[in-house]
Ligand binder design. Structure first.
Ligand code: ATR
Length: 262
């Protein structure tokens, strides 16, 4: 029986096992997908289990999307461009890192017909997922990208890769059309120390977080008359691409798929 897992720390919130096990069953693939709470020092051992085919594929979440990279044999061009890996598989005895978050975010915006061209996008957070959001926005033709992070230096580091983005100091909020929460704030009901309600209504607030389904960030935005969206579809689309890489099958994304995550 094939075996897959998602690694992260924390990992409790992850709905990847629920989604992948649903698709595995639907497609009659004999396999199991689990979640694994990991410490950074355990990464080499985990990669070894992929090498030995004890594990057939791994999803990577916070905070390991970058720290797994030195242990892999090669990276897809998207993973290279973003220095971020969320999917690992073995292809002809080589351990390869992929990044399906980029296409996940792109397809999530396309799903709701949100056009980013000529829009101003503000990204909150310079952690593991932020480079993927930036690359996806650029791929979709967004030319005005602002990045702000509590720790300024981490935003500056990302600008070394994407030099046409603008870095804002934490708390200095530029005019924007869409704001994306790419931080971990909200996973545990926390609030931002930003006054986002100052920024008017009729904007689009997107949260990469999908569990809980409505963070305080989105709750407040909605109360202030803004359009909101959580990360559920991004999550589904990134999982969809991982599933295809491992199993060479593109599972169906239907109402049932979306329902099981609610
Ligand atoms: P990592 O920090 O290891 O890259 P991550 O979960 O991918 O892990 O990123 C967490 C993101 O959430 C970071 O942008 C972090 O900001 P810092 O770089 O300043 O740590 C952000 N974050 C976490 N808690 C936050 C808080 N209370 N307020 C604002 N940003 C926060």
């Amino acid at each position: 029986m094939k075996k897959f897992c998602v690694i992260g720390n924390p990992i409790e919130h992850s709905l990847s096992p629920k989604l992948h096990n649903f698709w595995l069953k639907k497609n009659k693939i004999e396999a199991i997908y689990e979640k694994k709470l990991l410490e950074e020092k355990e990464i080499p051992k985990l990669i070894e289990s992929i090498r030995k085919s004890e594990l057939n594929g791994v999803n990577v979440t916070v905070p390991f999307k970058n720290s797994v990279i030195p242990f892999l044999d090669s990276l897809s061009s998207e993973a290279k461009k973003t220095n971020s890996v969320n999917t690992i598989c073995k292809e002809e005895d080589k351990i390869i890192g992929h990044n399906t978050d980029i296409v996940g975010f792109e397809l999530a915006l396309r799903y709701i017909n949100y056009d980013v061209t000529r829009k101003k996008a503000l990204i909150l957070g310079a952690g593991g997922v932020s480079p993927s959001i930036i690359l996806a926005l650029k791929n979709m033709g967004c030319e005005n990208i602002y990045l702000t992070n509590r720790t300024f230096e981490k935003a500056e580091k990302i600008k070394e890769t994407f030099n046409d983005i603008t870095i804002q100091k934490w708390g200095d909020i530029p005019e924007f059309d869409i704001v994306i929460n790419a931080t971990s704030v909200g996973l545990n009901k926390e609030n931002f120390d930003l006054e986002l309600n100052k920024f008017g209504n009729n904007k689009f607030f997107y949260d990469v977080i999908y569990n809980p389904s409505e963070t305080n960030f989105l709750k407040d935005a909605k109360l202030n008359g803004n359009k909101t969206e959580n990360g559920r579809m991004m999550f589904i689309y990134q999982a969809h691409q991982s599933f295809a890489l491992w199993n060479k099958v593109l599972p169906k994304i239907d109402k049932g798929t979306i329902e099981i995550l609610k």
